[in-house]
Design a protein around this ligand. Structure first.
Ligand code: SAH
Length: 283
Protein backbone atom coordinates (compact mmCIF):
# COMPACT_ATOMS: atom_id res chain seq x y z
CA UNK A 1 0.00 0.00 0.00
CA UNK A 2 1.12 3.56 -0.55
CA UNK A 3 -0.13 6.77 0.97
CA UNK A 4 0.98 10.40 0.98
CA UNK A 5 0.22 12.32 4.15
CA UNK A 6 1.49 15.03 6.49
CA UNK A 7 4.09 14.03 9.09
CA UNK A 8 1.75 14.00 12.10
CA UNK A 9 -0.78 11.74 10.36
CA UNK A 10 2.04 9.50 9.12
CA UNK A 11 3.18 8.87 12.67
CA UNK A 12 -0.32 8.06 13.88
CA UNK A 13 -0.96 5.77 10.92
CA UNK A 14 2.28 3.84 11.38
CA UNK A 15 1.57 3.34 15.08
CA UNK A 16 -1.94 2.11 14.31
CA UNK A 17 -0.78 -0.24 11.55
CA UNK A 18 2.00 -1.57 13.76
CA UNK A 19 -0.62 -2.41 16.41
CA UNK A 20 -2.92 -4.18 13.99
CA UNK A 21 -0.76 -6.09 11.56
CA UNK A 22 1.32 -9.16 12.21
CA UNK A 23 4.59 -7.59 11.24
CA UNK A 24 6.61 -10.65 10.35
CA UNK A 25 7.59 -10.59 6.74
CA UNK A 26 6.43 -7.05 6.24
CA UNK A 27 8.31 -3.82 5.84
CA UNK A 28 7.20 -0.27 6.35
CA UNK A 29 9.11 2.60 4.81
CA UNK A 30 8.50 6.30 5.07
CA UNK A 31 10.07 8.70 2.63
CA UNK A 32 10.03 12.23 3.83
CA UNK A 33 9.38 14.98 1.34
CA UNK A 34 9.16 18.67 2.13
CA UNK A 35 5.44 18.93 2.62
CA UNK A 36 4.33 15.31 2.92
CA UNK A 37 5.50 11.85 3.80
CA UNK A 38 5.02 8.77 1.70
CA UNK A 39 4.19 5.64 3.66
CA UNK A 40 4.85 2.40 1.83
CA UNK A 41 3.99 -0.96 3.33
CA UNK A 42 4.98 -4.22 1.67
CA UNK A 43 2.93 -7.24 2.69
CA UNK A 44 4.21 -10.75 2.20
CA UNK A 45 0.69 -11.97 1.36
CA UNK A 46 -2.55 -10.37 0.27
CA UNK A 47 -3.62 -7.95 3.03
CA UNK A 48 -7.21 -7.40 4.18
CA UNK A 49 -7.73 -4.06 2.46
CA UNK A 50 -10.91 -3.20 4.37
CA UNK A 51 -9.09 -3.57 7.66
CA UNK A 52 -6.18 -1.44 6.50
CA UNK A 53 -8.57 1.29 5.36
CA UNK A 54 -10.37 1.09 8.70
CA UNK A 55 -7.13 1.41 10.71
CA UNK A 56 -5.88 4.33 8.63
CA UNK A 57 -9.28 5.92 9.02
CA UNK A 58 -9.14 5.53 12.80
CA UNK A 59 -5.65 7.03 12.89
CA UNK A 60 -6.03 9.88 10.43
CA UNK A 61 -9.63 10.18 9.28
CA UNK A 62 -11.75 8.73 6.50
CA UNK A 63 -10.70 11.34 3.97
CA UNK A 64 -7.05 10.29 4.14
CA UNK A 65 -8.01 6.61 4.20
CA UNK A 66 -9.76 7.06 0.85
CA UNK A 67 -6.45 8.05 -0.78
CA UNK A 68 -4.67 4.76 -0.02
CA UNK A 69 -3.29 3.10 -3.14
CA UNK A 70 -2.85 -0.67 -3.26
CA UNK A 71 -0.79 -2.33 -5.91
CA UNK A 72 0.68 -5.71 -6.61
CA UNK A 73 4.43 -5.83 -6.34
CA UNK A 74 4.80 -7.91 -9.47
CA UNK A 75 4.07 -4.73 -11.38
CA UNK A 76 6.37 -2.49 -9.48
CA UNK A 77 9.99 -2.29 -8.50
CA UNK A 78 9.33 -0.90 -5.06
CA UNK A 79 12.74 0.24 -3.91
CA UNK A 80 13.94 1.21 -7.37
CA UNK A 81 11.02 3.62 -7.52
CA UNK A 82 11.94 5.17 -4.19
CA UNK A 83 15.63 5.38 -5.18
CA UNK A 84 15.01 7.57 -8.17
CA UNK A 85 16.86 10.84 -7.85
CA UNK A 86 18.41 9.97 -4.49
CA UNK A 87 22.15 10.51 -4.13
CA UNK A 88 24.73 8.64 -2.04
CA UNK A 89 24.31 8.45 1.73
CA UNK A 90 27.33 9.32 3.89
CA UNK A 91 27.49 8.16 7.51
CA UNK A 92 30.90 8.27 9.17
CA UNK A 93 33.25 6.51 6.80
CA UNK A 94 30.45 4.62 5.03
CA UNK A 95 29.10 5.79 1.67
CA UNK A 96 26.03 3.83 0.56
CA UNK A 97 25.33 4.42 -3.12
CA UNK A 98 23.84 3.07 -6.33
CA UNK A 99 25.94 1.98 -9.31
CA UNK A 100 25.57 5.43 -10.92
CA UNK A 101 27.37 7.10 -7.96
CA UNK A 102 30.33 4.70 -7.78
CA UNK A 103 32.73 7.53 -8.63
CA UNK A 104 31.52 9.52 -5.58
CA UNK A 105 33.38 7.31 -3.08
CA UNK A 106 36.70 8.75 -1.87
CA UNK A 107 39.52 6.19 -1.44
CA UNK A 108 39.57 6.51 2.35
CA UNK A 109 35.85 5.66 2.63
CA UNK A 110 34.03 2.35 2.75
CA UNK A 111 31.78 2.34 -0.32
CA UNK A 112 28.74 0.06 -0.19
CA UNK A 113 27.01 -0.32 -3.52
CA UNK A 114 23.38 -1.37 -3.26
CA UNK A 115 21.51 -2.38 -6.36
CA UNK A 116 17.99 -1.10 -6.68
CA UNK A 117 16.04 -4.26 -5.92
CA UNK A 118 13.10 -5.47 -3.93
CA UNK A 119 14.76 -5.14 -0.54
CA UNK A 120 14.68 -2.45 2.13
CA UNK A 121 18.02 -0.81 2.87
CA UNK A 122 19.29 1.71 0.34
CA UNK A 123 20.88 3.70 3.14
CA UNK A 124 18.49 6.61 2.89
CA UNK A 125 16.12 5.64 5.64
CA UNK A 126 16.62 7.19 9.10
CA UNK A 127 16.73 3.73 10.70
CA UNK A 128 19.48 2.47 8.39
CA UNK A 129 21.50 5.65 8.95
CA UNK A 130 21.07 5.33 12.71
CA UNK A 131 22.41 1.76 12.59
CA UNK A 132 25.34 2.73 10.33
CA UNK A 133 26.28 5.47 12.80
CA UNK A 134 26.12 2.92 15.63
CA UNK A 135 28.36 0.49 13.70
CA UNK A 136 30.80 3.34 13.10
CA UNK A 137 30.99 4.04 16.84
CA UNK A 138 31.27 0.41 17.90
CA UNK A 139 33.90 -0.27 15.23
CA UNK A 140 36.43 1.62 17.30
CA UNK A 141 36.36 -1.33 19.67
CA UNK A 142 36.46 -4.98 18.66
CA UNK A 143 33.63 -7.23 17.66
CA UNK A 144 34.48 -10.73 16.65
CA UNK A 145 31.09 -12.28 16.08
CA UNK A 146 28.36 -10.24 14.42
CA UNK A 147 24.66 -10.92 13.75
CA UNK A 148 22.34 -8.75 11.60
CA UNK A 149 18.63 -9.56 11.97
CA UNK A 150 16.33 -8.39 9.16
CA UNK A 151 19.21 -7.69 6.82
CA UNK A 152 17.01 -6.50 3.90
CA UNK A 153 19.43 -5.41 1.19
CA UNK A 154 22.30 -6.57 3.40
CA UNK A 155 23.53 -3.01 3.87
CA UNK A 156 24.31 -3.23 7.61
CA UNK A 157 25.86 -6.70 7.36
CA UNK A 158 28.12 -5.51 4.54
CA UNK A 159 29.03 -2.35 6.45
CA UNK A 160 29.91 -4.36 9.57
CA UNK A 161 31.87 -6.97 7.61
CA UNK A 162 33.92 -4.26 5.90
CA UNK A 163 34.44 -2.16 9.05
CA UNK A 164 35.43 -5.02 11.37
CA UNK A 165 36.87 -7.37 8.72
CA UNK A 166 34.95 -10.11 10.45
CA UNK A 167 32.30 -12.59 9.30
CA UNK A 168 28.67 -11.57 9.76
CA UNK A 169 25.62 -13.82 10.02
CA UNK A 170 22.67 -12.04 8.34
CA UNK A 171 19.09 -13.28 8.85
CA UNK A 172 16.13 -12.29 6.70
CA UNK A 173 12.58 -13.63 6.56
CA UNK A 174 11.71 -12.49 3.03
CA UNK A 175 13.01 -14.71 0.19
CA UNK A 176 13.34 -11.86 -2.30
CA UNK A 177 15.34 -9.74 0.14
CA UNK A 178 17.46 -12.76 1.07
CA UNK A 179 18.51 -13.15 -2.57
CA UNK A 180 19.15 -9.39 -2.91
CA UNK A 181 21.34 -9.42 0.23
CA UNK A 182 23.36 -12.31 -1.20
CA UNK A 183 23.89 -10.47 -4.49
CA UNK A 184 24.82 -7.23 -2.73
CA UNK A 185 27.29 -9.00 -0.42
CA UNK A 186 29.02 -10.60 -3.42
CA UNK A 187 28.96 -7.34 -5.37
CA UNK A 188 30.71 -5.60 -2.49
CA UNK A 189 33.43 -8.24 -2.18
CA UNK A 190 31.89 -9.28 1.14
CA UNK A 191 30.44 -12.57 -0.14
CA UNK A 192 32.89 -14.62 1.91
CA UNK A 193 32.20 -12.58 5.03
CA UNK A 194 28.43 -12.22 4.97
CA UNK A 195 26.44 -15.43 5.43
CA UNK A 196 22.83 -14.69 4.48
CA UNK A 197 20.29 -17.01 6.04
CA UNK A 198 16.57 -17.12 5.45
CA UNK A 199 15.05 -17.22 8.93
CA UNK A 200 12.34 -15.78 11.12
CA UNK A 201 14.25 -13.96 13.86
CA UNK A 202 16.91 -16.24 15.33
CA UNK A 203 15.09 -19.48 14.47
CA UNK A 204 17.84 -21.18 12.46
CA UNK A 205 20.65 -23.52 13.47
CA UNK A 206 23.24 -21.42 11.58
CA UNK A 207 22.28 -18.38 13.66
CA UNK A 208 22.61 -20.33 16.89
CA UNK A 209 25.88 -21.86 15.68
CA UNK A 210 27.44 -18.39 15.28
CA UNK A 211 26.83 -17.46 18.94
CA UNK A 212 27.92 -15.96 21.25
CA UNK A 213 27.72 -12.64 19.39
CA UNK A 214 29.59 -9.48 20.35
CA UNK A 215 27.41 -7.28 18.14
CA UNK A 216 23.77 -7.75 17.14
CA UNK A 217 22.04 -5.36 14.72
CA UNK A 218 18.25 -5.47 14.42
CA UNK A 219 16.46 -2.86 12.32
CA UNK A 220 12.95 -4.28 12.57
CA UNK A 221 9.78 -2.91 14.11
CA UNK A 222 8.57 -2.75 17.69
CA UNK A 223 6.68 -6.04 17.89
CA UNK A 224 9.32 -8.31 16.34
CA UNK A 225 11.98 -6.55 18.43
CA UNK A 226 10.04 -7.21 21.62
CA UNK A 227 9.57 -10.85 20.67
CA UNK A 228 13.31 -11.15 20.02
CA UNK A 229 14.53 -9.67 23.32
CA UNK A 230 14.78 -12.98 25.15
CA UNK A 231 16.09 -15.19 22.29
CA UNK A 232 18.66 -12.54 21.33
CA UNK A 233 19.84 -12.20 24.93
CA UNK A 234 20.53 -15.94 24.95
CA UNK A 235 22.97 -15.50 22.04
CA UNK A 236 25.02 -12.59 23.47
CA UNK A 237 28.61 -12.70 24.69
CA UNK A 238 29.34 -10.79 27.93
CA UNK A 239 29.76 -7.07 27.13
CA UNK A 240 28.00 -7.49 23.77
CA UNK A 241 26.45 -4.52 21.99
CA UNK A 242 22.88 -4.61 20.62
CA UNK A 243 21.67 -1.98 18.14
CA UNK A 244 17.90 -1.70 17.72
CA UNK A 245 16.09 0.45 15.17
CA UNK A 246 12.80 0.73 13.32
CA UNK A 247 11.14 2.49 16.25
CA UNK A 248 8.99 5.57 16.28
CA UNK A 249 9.75 7.87 19.26
CA UNK A 250 6.60 6.77 21.08
CA UNK A 251 7.65 3.11 20.77
CA UNK A 252 11.26 3.35 21.90
CA UNK A 253 10.58 2.94 25.62
CA UNK A 254 8.54 -0.21 25.05
CA UNK A 255 11.41 -1.78 23.11
CA UNK A 256 13.85 -0.62 25.74
CA UNK A 257 11.78 -2.14 28.54
CA UNK A 258 11.82 -5.54 26.84
CA UNK A 259 15.60 -5.53 26.53
CA UNK A 260 16.16 -4.06 30.00
CA UNK A 261 14.13 -6.97 31.35
CA UNK A 262 16.83 -9.18 29.84
CA UNK A 263 19.56 -7.30 31.70
CA UNK A 264 20.69 -4.97 28.92
CA UNK A 265 21.71 -1.38 29.59
CA UNK A 266 20.98 1.61 27.35
CA UNK A 267 24.13 3.34 26.08
CA UNK A 268 22.76 5.68 23.46
CA UNK A 269 19.50 6.85 21.93
CA UNK A 270 19.71 8.57 18.57
CA UNK A 271 16.82 10.06 16.59
CA UNK A 272 17.14 10.56 12.83
CA UNK A 273 14.13 11.88 10.94
CA UNK A 274 11.86 10.71 13.73
CA UNK A 275 13.20 7.17 13.82
CA UNK A 276 14.92 6.04 17.00
CA UNK A 277 18.04 3.88 17.13
CA UNK A 278 18.96 2.41 20.54
CA UNK A 279 22.40 1.10 21.41
CA UNK A 280 22.50 -1.23 24.42
CA UNK A 281 25.08 -3.45 26.02
CA UNK A 282 24.96 -6.62 28.04
CA UNK A 283 26.67 -5.61 31.22
N1 SAH B 1 18.80 -4.00 7.81
C1 SAH B 1 18.30 -3.19 6.68
C2 SAH B 1 16.85 -3.49 6.37
C3 SAH B 1 15.87 -3.18 7.48
S1 SAH B 1 14.16 -3.38 6.98
C4 SAH B 1 18.50 -1.73 7.00
O1 SAH B 1 18.84 -1.41 8.12
O2 SAH B 1 18.31 -0.89 6.12
C5 SAH B 1 13.66 -4.77 7.94
C6 SAH B 1 13.90 -6.10 7.26
O3 SAH B 1 13.56 -7.11 8.22
C7 SAH B 1 13.01 -6.37 6.05
O4 SAH B 1 13.82 -6.78 4.97
C8 SAH B 1 12.06 -7.49 6.51
O5 SAH B 1 11.75 -8.40 5.48
C9 SAH B 1 12.88 -8.17 7.60
N2 SAH B 1 12.10 -8.86 8.66
C10 SAH B 1 10.91 -8.49 9.19
N3 SAH B 1 10.54 -9.35 10.16
C11 SAH B 1 11.55 -10.26 10.26
C12 SAH B 1 11.75 -11.43 11.10
N4 SAH B 1 10.86 -11.81 12.02
N5 SAH B 1 12.90 -12.13 10.93
C13 SAH B 1 13.81 -11.77 10.00
N6 SAH B 1 13.66 -10.70 9.18
C14 SAH B 1 12.54 -9.96 9.31
Amino acid sequence: MRLRVDAASARRIIDRLADGIDLAGLSIGTFEGESFWTIEVRFSGRPDRNKIVQWVSEAAGAEIARTIAFESEANKDWVAASLTGLGPVRVGRFVVHGAHDRHEVAPNRIGIEIEAALAFGTGHHGTTRGCLAAIERVARGRSRRILDLGTGSGVLAIAAARAFRRPVVAGEIDPVATAAAQRNARGNRAGNFVQVIRADGVKHSAIRAGAPYDLVLANLLLQPLQRLARPVRALLAPGATVVLSGLMPAQANAALASFRAQGLVLRRREVIENWVTLTLTRS
